[in-house]
Ligand binder design. Structure first.
Ligand code: UDX
Length: 446
């Protein structure tokens, strides 16, 4: 929304949320306090806020005044009832639709921005039409393809914008054209695709499933590389130069994380199962199974290498976020690896440039593996990476933050227990240089 406001100064954008604290932070004059860390975002907010970008908790007023409403609530994996652990929880979507229906007194375009299972637009339309005040609603699907850490660039220069709508009626086409008109302020028309609603909804799930599948595919090869003496970076480079395969998303890692991949694939699996498509469901579920395996075997390898015991040993984690340039930790592999190592009674020291101890603890508590006080005893977060590594038996690199490549690794080595191990879950560091300093260096896939 901030980028739309920046690129379309004639459109008034109001972002509403029930959470007052969050809205206050979006309105904070100190731009370092806005709730999301994302390179380039605070500059855009600084430019547009107060001009045509507003943040408010007055949801009803914003609905009443708007011509176009984007629904951007979260759709987490259900934690209860039928579809528990798989289906998307559409509770927040439904509440939103009911509120829009209650408040709207003139025709509106409602845009699904949240990632949704296929055919959710139908449910939104049904709620709007049956509980509304007799006004007309057009529902569009406009999935968001930005990735965290590069969100601003991805929005300013998208590979494509996808808009799904009812292209068989004049009103539907008019709504599609209106949204195309918004993006056309800065996106080339040939990059704006229009489809029917279902294609649009399914394309988002498919894009994430394909991306995650590439990571699981290269991670599967990483284990084979370790057994055979091949090097996964060399394999990735060799296959990526095949223009049919392409070079992106071939980085072997400690497993993918983030709020989308797992959730969307589980969703796809659930939808497939509900249509009785067992083979389709099993096929996609394997991407998740591989990812869980990759996380688990990384933790197991640490234990095995440290002479089969990490009890009371200090293991330093560099990185907790699910990828660099974000403070988002949702589904980060680091959480699961810490959890496994705490089961082995390790002491975990964490340094992440954008994540604090409260976040780490709440991520671990969320797993409900052990009482909260046990997590508190097992982990310490540091604001200084050298302190985090001091006295440690091993370092695990879990996020690919650029700054990790710039450390004084001799200084780190001198202050560690010997032998000093580095387990590089991101293939980030120069193993040869670190070995020269005395480290025992292991990376994924070689
Ligand atoms: C993803 C999609 O890329 C984006 O289009 C969609 O809108 C939302 O989901 P995001 O979750 O922000 O975006 O991050 P992404 O860059 O896709 O990375 C996801 C995970 O995969 C991260 O944990 C990342 O470290 C990991 N990854 C990515 C790898 O392990 N190897 C790779 O080669 C690429």
């Amino acid at each position: 929304m901030a980028v739309i406001a920046q690129k379309c100064p004639d459109i008034q954008v109001t972002v509403v949320d029930l959470n007052e604290e969050r809205i206050n932070r979006w309105n904070d004059p100190d731009l370092t306090n806005i709730p999301i860390y994302e390179p380039g975002l605070s500059e855009i907010v600084a430019e547009a806020r107060g001009r045509n970008l507003f943040f408010s908790t007055d949801v009803d007023k914003a609905i009443f005044e708007a011509q176009v409403i984007f629904i951007s609530v979260n759709t987490p994996t259900k934690t209860y009832g039928s579809g528990k652990g798989m289906a998307a929880d559409l509770k927040y979507i439904e509440l939103c639709a009911r509120q829009i229906a209650r408040i709207a007194k003139d025709d509106k375009i409602v845009v699904e921005k949240s990632t949704l299972p296929v055919r959710t637009a139908e449910a939104i339309k049904s709620i709007l039409d049956h509980t509304g005040n007799g006004v007309q609603f057009q529902i569009l699907s406009n999935p968001e393809f930005l990735a965290e850490g590069t969100a601003v660039q991805d929005l300013i220069n998208p590979d494509r914008v996808l808009i799904g709508g009812d292209n068989h009626t004049a009103e539907g086409q008019k709504a599609i054209d209106a949204l195309v008109g918004v993006y056309a302020n800065w996106v080339n028309k040939d990059k704006i695709l229009t489809t029917n609603v279902w294609s649009s909804e399914l394309s988002k799930l498919t894009a994430n499933a394909f991306l995650a599948q590439r990571v699981s595919s290269i991670n599967a090869m990483s284990e084979l590389c370790e057994k055979t003496g091949a090097n996964v970076n060399e394999v990735a480079k060799a296959i990526g130069m095949d223009s049919r395969i392409g070079s992106k998303f071939l980085k072997a890692s400690v497993g993918f994380g983030g709020s989308c991949f797992q959730k969307d694939i589980l969703n796809l699996v659930y939808i497939s199962k509900s249509f009785g498509l067992k083979q389709v469901a099993d096929y996609w579920e394997q991407v998740i199974i591989m990812n869980d395996h990759q996380k688990r075997r990384f933790a197991n390898n640490i234990v095995k290498t440290l002479y089969n015991t990490v009890a009371d040993k200090k293991i330093a984690f560099l990185g907790w976020a699910f990828k660099k340039d974000t403070n988002d930790t949702r589904e980060s592999s680091a959480i699961y690896i810490a959890n496994d190592l705490i089961n082995e009674q390790a002491k975990i020291a964490i340094y992440d440039p954008k994540v604090d101890e409260n976040q780490v603890l709440s991520d671990l508590d969320y797993l409900e593996t052990r009482p909260a006080d046990k997590n508190r005893k097992a982990i310490t977060a540091y604001e200084d990476p050298y302190e985090a590594c001091k006295g440690a038996h091993a370092i695990a690199i879990l996020t690919e933050w650029d700054e990790f490549t710039k450390y004084d690794w001799k200084r780190v080595y001198d202050n560690m227990q010997k032998p000093a191990f580095i387990f590089d879950g991101r293939n980030l560091l120069d193993g040869k240089e670190l070995s020269k300093l005395g480290f025992v260096y292991q990376s994924i896939g070689s």
